[in-house]
Design a protein around this ligand. Structure first.
Ligand SMILES: [Zn+2]
Length: 246
């Protein structure tokens, strides 16, 4: 599946003009083999730093994307915290684009510096256990407090199902639950709109419902057969992430 995000930008029926930093989301088997084509297509041809931790570096062995600089972080004690991210930023060799390979924590080690430096950020998720990948917030610890902070979303997401497909069952379950929670949040949003006049966008609500349907069908199939449809589950996470905007 390839999602071209242009369709969700511009003047909307809700009266607002929507913008999205994320331009393309690719979820496919061996997607990483075409990584350079996607980067070219989006004009992401500048000097490139790629961030891993030792676990994702090993996990993607033989599939490492081209880099002007690789940073491989020690996973021990690694957490998304401003002090640690800024320490890593001192080692950056003036990149024009940052690629992060990993799950939530590593994404914040790509997202945060890219936001601070005003350069694009690209995500290669190694797990799809939450819908935070395409969000434009990060939940790093900033000034000693863990909270959602506005930040940039990836311009491009390339999810290779050969890498993601190795996820353990508990993380598949976590990914399912993250999306099923949208039943509550969508109902909440509608109620606040009706009762309190809160801003509501039917296009965004439709996209969230589409993500919910994709995940619901995949979860039913998983429960019945034990086979996880990683393509549908991962795309559901990506779509859902796009609906969360500050
Ligand atoms: Zn809208």
């Amino acid at each position: 599946m390839i999602m071209d995000c242009e369709q969700y930008t511009g003047k909307c029926v809700c009266g607002r003009e929507h913008t999205l930093e994320t331009r393309k989301v690719v979820v496919a088997e061996r997607a990483i083999e075409h990584f350079e084509e996607y980067m070219q297509e989006l004009g992401l041809t500048g000097k490139r730093t790629v961030v891993y931790d030792e676990i994702t570096w090993k996990l993607t062995e033989g599939k490492h994307v081209k880099a002007d600089q690789n940073i491989v972080l020690d996973p021990n004690g690694l957490r998304a915290e401003d002090i640690l991210i800024e320490k890593m930023m001192k080692d950056l060799d003036s990149p024009e684009v940052i690629v992060a390979v990993g799950a939530g924590t590593i994404m914040d080690f790509g997202r945060y510096p890219a936001y601070k430096l005003g350069i694009p950020f690209v995500a290669i998720p190694t797990l799809a256990s939450s819908d935070g990948f395409t969000a434009n917030i990060c939940s790093a610890i900033i000034n000693g407090q863990k909270k959602s902070t506005p930040m940039c979303a990836p311009v491009l997401v390339v999810a290779d199902l050969d890498i993601i497909g190795g996820a353990p069952k508990r993380l598949i379950a976590s990914g399912i639950n993250d999306i099923l929670a949208k039943y509550t949040s969508l109902a909440d949003w509608r109620m606040s709109h009706l009762v309190d006049g809160e801003y509501y966008c039917p296009m965004v609500a439709d996209l969230a419902e589409h993500a919910l349907k994709l995940m619901r069908d995949a979860a039913d199939k998983y429960a019945a057969t034990g086979i996880a449809d990683h393509e549908a589950m991962t795309m559901a996470q990506m779509e859902s992430g796009l609906t969360m905007r500050t």
